[in-house]
Write a protein that binds this ligand. Structure first.
Ligand code: LLP
Length: 413
C-alpha cells in the first residue's frame, strides 16, 4: 500500500492534506506515514511467518527516534553500521539481543561497545577484524557473538555504488577464506559463532539473487556442519528494491518483488538447516512512505533551459546528485496548469545540486508547494549542513493527525 493519493487535486498522505502540513511546519519538511511504515514492516514479517525469523530494520535508511521506537514496539530487530547507530537502536528500545552490527571498519571502541551491550551478532567483515574482535573480547573477559559476512560474488546488476556482494567490493569475506576463519574462530574461547551473514546490495529487483545467495549459504552451512560448526541463524541482509516510479496508492505495490516472492525463493532452501532467518530491510520499509515537501522560490530561464529553484537542495536529499537517482515530483495542488520541462534545483553552490533534470511537470510558480516522492529512505540520514543550511523538520502523519517527530534545526540568522 502506498499512502499517498490525490483528492480533489490535492495531495494527501493518509487522511491529511499535505498543503496543511507545509503551511503549518514550513518547508523543506520530511513527512512520513505511520500506517505505511508499520504496514510494510508487518508485510515483510508475515511473509516469513512459515520459518523462524527476525526482521532487523536497517537504521541507516531512516533513524528518526520516533520511527525507531515504533519499529521496536512492533517487535523488530535492528541492523546497525556504527557505534552511533547501536546507541540509537538501544535508546529507541530495541533489545540488544535483536541487534546485528555490520561494518567493514569497526573501531576498537565500537567492538567493545557491541560486546558490552550483549548484541545478537557482530557481522565480521575480514580475518583481521575477527582476530581483533577475539583479542578485545578476551581482554574484557567476555565472549563476542560473531557471524562472518560472506561475499558470495553475486551480481545484482544495479548501480555500482549499491552493489556490495561482488569480489571487487570492499565488503565481506570470500567463501574459501570464510571457511578457514570459522574453523579458527571455533578454537577461540572468546568467540561464539552464532551465524553467517550476507548482504549483496541494495535495490535488488529480482528474486533470483536472493535464491542464489540462499543456495550458497545453505551449502556453506552444510559443509561447515560436517566440520562440527553449528549456526543459529542465517542473515540474508537487506536490499529489497523499491520502484521509484510508483508513488500513488492507485499504482499498486511499490516493490519490484513482493516479500512473499522473496520468502518463497529462500525459505525452502534454508529451512532444512534449522536456522533462524534474519533479514535487514531498510528502504523497502520506509522508502515509499516518506516524501520531502518543498516550496518554489523562483522560476528561471537560461538559453534552452528552464529551472525551478526550490527551497530543498542536495543537502536535504542527496540521492539525485549522488546516484543520479530518480524521484518523482508532484505538485501539492494539481490540475489545470500546462506541462513544461524543467530542472528542479536547490540553492547550493554546485551544478550537481538538483532534485530532477528535464522533468515534465505542471507549470509551478513562486510559492507553490511540491513533494519529492519516495524519500523516506536514505533521505534524512544523508542530509548535511552544507552551505550552513539547517536540516529539515520531520513530521509523522497518523490518519488525519500530524505531529513533529524532529524539529527543524535552528536557523543561524
Ligand atoms: N544491511 C546492510 C549490511 C547494508 O549495508 C544495507 C544497506 C542494508 C542492510 C539495507 O539495505 P536496503 O534494504 O535499504 O536496501 N544510500 C543508498 C543505499 C545504500 C545502502 C547501504 N546499505 C541509496 O540511497 O540508495
Amino acid at each position: 500500500m502506498i499512502p499517498y493519493s490525490y483528492r480533489d487535486n490535492r495531495l494527501f498522505c493518509e487522511e491529511t492534506d499535505l498543503a496543511e502540513v507545509a503551511r503549518q511546519y514550513g518547508t523543506p519538511a520530511y513527512v512520513y506515514s505511520k500506517a505505511g511504515i508499520t504496514g510494510n514492516y508487518a508485510r515483510i514479517d508475515a511473509a516469513f511467518a512459515a520459518a523462524p525469523h527476525l526482521v532487523c530494520y536497517a537504521l541507516k535508511a531512516n533513524a528518526n527516534p520516533a520511527l525507531l521506537k515504533m519499529m521496536a514496539e512492533l517487535g523488530a530487530g535492528a541492523d546497525v553500521v556504527s557505534g552511533g547507530e547501536l546507541a540509537q537502536a538501544l535508546a529507541a528500545g530495541f533489545p540488544a539481543q535483536r541487534i546485528v552490527f555490520a561494518s567493514v571498519g569497526k573501531t576498537d571502541a565500537e567492538i567493545r561497545f557491541a560486546i558490552r551491550s550483549g548484541i545478537l551478532a557482530l557481522n565480521v567483515e575480514s580475518r583481521e577484524e575477527l582476530e581483533v574482535t577475539a583479542r578485545l573480547a578476551a581482554e574484557m573477559g567476555m565472549t563476542a557473538p560473531i557471524a562472518l559476512r560472506i561475499n558470495p560474488d553475486i551480481d545484482i546488476e544495479g548501480h555500482p555504488y549499491l552493489t556490495t556482494g561482488k569480489s571487487a567490493n570492499k565488503f565481506g569475506i570470500a567463501l574459501e577464506e570464510a571457511r578457514a576463519a570459522y574453523l579458527w574462530a571455533a578454537e577461540q574461547n572468546s568467540l561464539k559463532i552464532v551465524g553467517v551473514h550476507c548482504h549483496i546490495g541494495s535495490m535488488i529487483k529480482k528474486s533470483d539473487p536472493y535464491h542464489r545467495m540462499a543456495e550458497t549459504l545453505a551449502a556453506f552451512v552444510a559443509d561447515l556442519g560436517k566440520a562440527g560448526i553449528r549456526f543459529e541463524h542465517v542473515d540474508l541482509g537487506g536490499g529489497l528494491g523499491v520502484d521509484y516510479t510508483k508513488v500513488l496508492g492507485e499504482q499498486g505495490s511499490p516493490w519490484f518483488m513482493e516479500p512473499e516472492e522473496m520468502a518463497a525463493q529462500v525459505i525452502p532452501v534454508l529451512q532444512p538447516l534449522g536456522c533462524e532467518i534474519l533479514l535487514e530491510p531498510g528502504r523497502s520499509i520506509v522508502g515509499p512512505n516518506g516524501v520531502l515537501l518543498s516550496q518554489v522560490l523562483y522560476r528561471k530561464e537560461t538559453k534552452g533551459k528552464k529551472f525551478l529553484v526550490v527551497d530543498a537542495a542536495m543537502s536535504d536529499l542527496i540521492r539525485p546528485s549522488l546516484y543520479g537517482a530518480y524521484h518523482a515530483i508532484l505538485p501539492l495542488q494539481a490540475g489545470g496548469a500546462e506541462l513544461e520541462t524543467v530542472d528542479v534545483v536547490g540553492a547550493i553552490c554546485e551544478s550537481g545540486d538538483f532534485l530532477a533534470k528535464d522533468r515534465e511537470l505542471e507549470r509551478l510558480q513562486r510559492g507553490d508547494w511540491l513533494a519529492v516522492m519516495t524519500a523516506g529512505a536514505y533521505g534524512y540520514t544523508l542530509t548535511s549542513n552544507y552551505n550552513a543550511r539547517p536540516r529539515p523538520v520531520e513530521v509523522l502523519i497518523d490518519g488525519a493527525t500530524h505531529s513533529v517527530i524532529r524539529d527543524r534545526e535552528p536557523s543561524l540568522f
